[in-house]
Design a protein around this ligand. Structure first.
Ligand SMILES: *Cc1c(COP(=O)(O)O)cnc(C)c1O
Length: 408
């Protein structure tokens, strides 16, 4: 047997079935007429924002990194709760534009921004988080041609990383950001070129559950920003401190203690150096805001045995849930939280493998899981499906097409 990840708290059964909000999953599936289906809960997202705001210093602003989930109704809802949005492509800019969100509160990071993307962002008043000196030059030339004053922040590749992070994005050679030691000179040159300087962006990694690692990272980010600003001789109007707040996906994972993170930050904010005392301070989060608000529902199509093991074959799989299959940045495959949604209250009584319908051995949703006995027709729930599910999976693979998405 292999353990399953922890089901996020607060999911209840109605008449023996998993309910999301107050609605049993069979009703949700009935509304759209088919599986696979992603269901995202407004109520869960709202609660998550409220808890986070209560834990963090009032001064701290919260941005949503839309790459976690850009389903239009969800994006529109989250943008009503977030202080700003972080995008990483021209395509995401168009998604944000469609929500009517104020584009002056959007920042655009990401290496390899094309000229058309730079142009669209500058024309819209979006802040560009510059990833290189070359990008700064290209963006300045485009702004000049457009007759616009571009809003620039500099993304720093810091000389430290987020410890224990699932995906490291700082520390050593990286395609992201400008190496810290070259940042002061770049700040000076873009200011001299007449940009509207919007400060720094320092993102060091994702999916941290260790409170010590997050507190340590945030302290280093503030120190680093201060040092670079002093070297450049500027006061920072804004600092995006990155994010990295993780959620429990796997057996043994414990939720991040945001109360402790908030208290440490509160302390730091009381003694900010002059370079940061006027700055708008942001964190940027993706999965923490929406990950646990989503459930992926897929129906069992076949139940079969092979050499002593049982397989529940579903109509979903890695083409919608690459991360749950273990193929999105994980080294050792572990089980996500998975349940038989249509028998949510039944006792586990067999060890089964839950797999997808794709003709590849990579397509696994749960290995050797202890679950209630289920048959063809039963619905499987994969939790923690609100981030990097639909937006980060190869839905065209094997001609399967996308899952339905629904915000309730
Ligand atoms: C992906 C990304 C995020 C969001 O990461 P999560 O782990 O979903 O919180 C935030 N900022 C940047 C720069 C990113 O690339």
């Amino acid at each position: 047997m292999k353990p399953l990840g922890p089901i996020p708290p607060g999911f209840e059964a109605i008449d023996g079935e998993l309910a999301i909000g107050d609605t049993p999953v069979s009703d949700l599936v009935g509304r759209v007429g088919r599986t696979p289906l992603f269901v995202y809960s407004r109520e869960r997202i709202a609660r998550r924002f409220a808890e986070l705001r209560a834990a963090m210093p009032g001064r701290l602003k919260i941005n949503y990194a839309i790459k976690a989930n850009s389903f239009a109704p969800l994006l529109e809802y989250v943008s009503s709760l977030a202080d700003g949005l972080d995008i990483a492509s021209g395509g995401e800019l168009e998604m944000v534009r469609a929500t009517g969100f104020h584009l002056s509160r959007v920042s655009f990071a990401g290496p390899g921004k094309r000229d058309e993307e730079l142009e669209a962002a500058i024309a819209a008043g979006v802040t560009l988080n510059l990833e290189s000196e070359n990008e700064a030059e290209r963006a300045l030339a485009i702004a000049e041609r457009l007759g616009e004053t571009p809003r620039f922040a500099v993304r720093v590749n810091p000389d430290f990383e987020l410890k224990g992070s699932g995906m490291k994005m700082g520390g050593g050679a990286k395609p992201f950001g400008v190496d810290a030691e070259r940042v002061p000179a770049l700040i000076q040159s873009i200011i001299a070129a007449g940009c509207d300087f919007r400060g720094l962006h320092i993102f060091t990694g994702s999916q941290a559950l260790s409170v010590d690692a997050v507190i340590d990272m945030q302290a280093k980010v503030l120190d680093c920003a201060d040092r670079l600003a002093r070297e450049a001789g500027v006061i920072l109007p804004k600092l995006n401190m990155g994010g990295g707040f993780g959620i429990p996906y796997f057996p043994g994972d414990e939720p991040l203690d945001i109360g402790a993170v908030g208290a440490a930050l509160e302390d730091r904010f009381e003694t900010l150096p002059e370079t940061l005392s006027q700055a708008e301070l942001f964190i940027e989060l993706g999965r923490y805001l929406v990950g646990e608000a989503g459930v992926y529902l897929t129906r069992i199509v076949d139940r079969k045995d092979s050499y002593g093991e049982t397989y529940l074959v579903t109509d979903g799989g890695l083409h919608h849930q690459l991360a749950a299959s273990g193929n999105f940045g994980t080294v050792v495959r572990r089980n996500y939280p998975v349940a038989i949604a249509s028998r949510f209250e039944a006792e586990p009584d067999e060890i089964v493998n839950v797999v997808g319908c794709l003709c590849t051995p990579l397509d696994r949703l749960a290995d050797k899981a202890h679950l209630p006995r289920a048959q063809a027709g039963d619905i499987v729930a994969v939790f923690c499906a609100g981030a990097y599910g639909a937006s980060a999976s190869p839905s065209a693979f094997l001609g399967q097409g996308p899952a339905i998405e629904m915000l309730i």
